[in-house]
Unconditional design. Structure first.
Length: 536
């Protein structure tokens, strides 16, 4: 299925426009032969085997010869064949889009029928006229009279169906995107269009330095461990874990009566909910045991056991447990890698602000240097980091640099990045776009440090409050502490009003399709039918 998803993504990019967006399928009188998929798919139309992919208002959505679903499959498959795709490789995507189109068409037809609208005969006549134009684009009665009656009948039926579809889409979405004179659908007042088209016209560009918070230097981890040593005491315990209290009570009684031993009970009855196969408690640090034994009195009793002593039945976070002490606890050994890993895991789970504060302090120093370090010229021909040129030759270096040689000038921000061994990231201009709406220029997707920006109002306020050449205070953004400098503010011409209307209409159609596919009148069995019938 992962491979199928990958293929779907590639197809969507190549197609340019989502097939599932409102597509009025004018079903031709030509009978398409299914070409989208393997011989297995074609065989379904040749055998008396009709898969049902769902129902709409009780009407079956079947894949069989002559059905709208089969016609849609053929239509979309031939479309992709014309793009040069091997439809055998993407037939799952083709079927999914054909299914959505079929549901949409059924939805439109039902809605129009309920409205009481019927297609005028004159409208049908106009729709089929182009089929009988001569080489000069003029209607030819001779061509009409020569046409087979069955063909004309199919054309009329097809035209009537497409007019029903267009009636619904025109009424809901409009019939002429971008035109001020459109007759149907939602209207867009000129002032609204002007306002929305101007949103996002102001864009800011930045440079950015980030300090990842996914780890902490060892010495800082040791510092935390030494300050919170009690949390990392490691207790040697074994446990018999059971879901039911009665089972735990009976097991403890059997041990106390000598009918069984603790070790035998581990083998025979323990469910080993948080122990290894030999009954050793695996989450044995104090901070972990606090989560297992939630009652503080019970926790103190268990941790106060002497070597070899057995506890009463204790209610734990999962079921009921009998503990045994196997020896004295050990204090945190910060020379041990396992202990350091445990401390770091604790900090990341419960004390993330400790890591963020550590890097924020470093970033504060970075900001100070980024504003004050002198710029310098580097000769990059000597390697990746270059060789800094002596100040006395900077004037000559600038002449060389302007001449296109391998001399670069690093400003204060770039120099600070070198000093702190972080990468300077250039962020291209983009506008305030909370929610990352596709109607506006989106947040640069190739800047991973901004991946969590779209829903962070505070970060947007910080970024777009900066004046040109102003550097921000450090702030947490996702899994980084970042420092940002505004390097440019530009005011682009507002988007054309008609472009806004087209974009808005496109989003309206997407919303309509989502609403249709979530209709309570739809029983969607596409996935189970497709993967059950075709993939097997």
């Amino acid at each position: 299925m992962a491979e199928e998803e990958e293929k779907k993504t590639k197809v969507k990019k190549a197609d340019g426009a989502k097939i599932g967006a409102v597509i009025i399928l004018i079903i031709s009188a030509v009978v398409f032969i299914p070409v989208g998929g393997s011989a297995v798919i074609s065989s379904f139309l040749q055998k008396n085997n009709t898969p049902v992919f769902g129902t709409f208002k009780g009407q079956k959505i079947e894949y069989k010869a002559g059905s709208d679903f089969a016609s849609n499959v053929s239509y979309i498959a031939q479309r992709y064949q014309s793009y040069g795709y091997d439809t055998n490789q993407i037939y799952g995507y083709i079927f999914e889009q054909a299914f959505e189109n079929t549901v949409q068409n059924m939805y439109y037809e039902s809605a129009v029928k309920e409205s009481g609208y019927s297609v005028p005969e004159a409208a049908v006549n106009r729709a089929i006229l182009p089929y009988f134009y001569d080489e000069n684009g003029v209607y030819s009665s001779k061509l009409f009279n020569q046409a087979d009656e069955s063909q004309k009948s199919e054309l009329r039926a097809s035209a009537e169906k497409s007019l029903i579809y267009s009636r619904y889409v025109n009424d809901i979405l409009g019939n002429d995107y971008g035109s001020s004179s459109k007759l149907y659908g939602m209207k867009y007042p000129s002032k609204e269009a002007n306002f929305v088209s101007s949103i996002g016209s102001e864009k800011h560009s930045f440079v950015l330095a980030s300090f990842p918070t996914d780890t902490l230097p060892r010495e800082e981890t040791v510092k935390f461990a030494n300050a919170h040593g009690d949390l990392f005491r490691n207790f040697s315990l074994s446990a018999i874990t059971l879901t039911e209290k009665l089972d735990a009570d009976n097991t403890l009684k059997s041990i106390n009566d000598g009918e069984t031993t603790f070790d035998a009970a581990i083998t025979d009855v323990s469910e080993k909910l948080y122990t290894d196969s030999e009954g050793k408690v695996t989450s044995s640090y104090y901070y972990q045991l606090k989560n297992v034994i939630t009652n503080e009195d019970d926790l103190n009793k268990v941790l106060g056991l002497k070597n070899g002593e057995i506890s009463d039945v204790v209610e734990t976070s999962r079921g009921f447990t009998i503990f045994r002490c196997n020896g004295d606890y050990t204090t945190a050994d910060t020379s041990n890698d396992e202990t350091i890993d445990a401390v770091l895991s604790y900090i990341k789970a419960y004390e993330m602000s400790y890591i963020e504060n550590y890097y924020t302090d470093i970033a504060k120093n970075f900001k100070a240097d980024a504003a004050t370090l002198p710029s310098a010229y580097f000769d990059m021909s000597e390697g990746e980091n270059g060789v800094q040129l002596d100040p006395s030759v900077r004037a000559d270096a600038k002449k060389i640099a302007d001449g296109g040689e391998s001399i670069v000038n690093l400003d204060s921000f770039a120099m600070a990045c070198r000093k702190y061994d972080v990468t300077k990231v250039d962020v291209p201009a983009f506008p305030v776009n909370y929610g990352n709406s596709q109607l506006l220029t989106t947040i640069p997707s190739d800047v991973s440090e901004l991946s969590s920006l779209s829903s962070n109002a505070s970060a947007f306020e910080t970024l777009f409050s900066l004046k040109k050449d102003e550097i921000s205070a450090p702030f947490v953004l996702g899994s980084n502490v970042v420092v940002v400098k505004c390097v440019g503010i530009q005011k682009d011409d507002p988007e054309e009003k008609d472009d806004y209307v087209v974009n808005a209409a496109s989003h309206d159609s997407d919303d309509l399709n989502r609403e249709i596919m979530s209709s309570p009148d739809l029983e969607n069995k596409f996935m189970e039918t497709f993967y059950g019938k075709f993939m097997n």
